[in-house]
Ligand binder design. Sequence first.
Ligand code: PRP
Length: 176
Amino acid sequence: MSSNASRVLLSSHQIQNRVRELAAEIDRDYPHSRPLYLVSILKGSFMFMADLARALNRHNVRIEFMGISSYGSAKTSSGQVKVTRDLDVNIEGQHVLIVEDIIDSGVTLSYLRRLLTQRHPKSLEIVTLLDKPERRIQPVEVKYVGFSIPDEFVVGYGLDYAEDYRNLSDIRILSE
Ligand code: PRP
């Protein structure tokens, strides 16, 4: 492994244990008689999505993806967010769980929550593997959080730096 991402913040073992706990909680909270739509926000959440979906103990999990991009390099509370890939299913009347890798400013998820609420799902909640509460600009209600982490630049398990490191199975802190 390249030396500038050598400090492990969360090991693969810690992540997998927490994913199983989150899945057990989600399994308890949602009726097994109805489909549960998991909406993964590309690209960072692809690995979490795959592990979470496999840890759920039900057959009617629907796997969906959305692409979101933020304008400019700095995200601001003005919420300059746009959809680059939309859902191709109708979520009206469905239980929808947004699956994210990380919440930082909250701009992306507060926008997405507003957008998907307009489509009248039966329920709409968020699960994020990582949360950086110190960085919040816009408040966002998140039902399931894997780990609250300090304000460090993290990579691995889906998270990138200039598209590198997404394939790591643990989460590391990127140093200067
Ligand atoms: C990350 C993450 C969230 C967003 C969170 O995505 O996956 O979607 O940033 O940040 P916010 O709370 O400040 O809005 P990113 O834009 O890095 O794209 P990627 O998932 O394709 O790497």
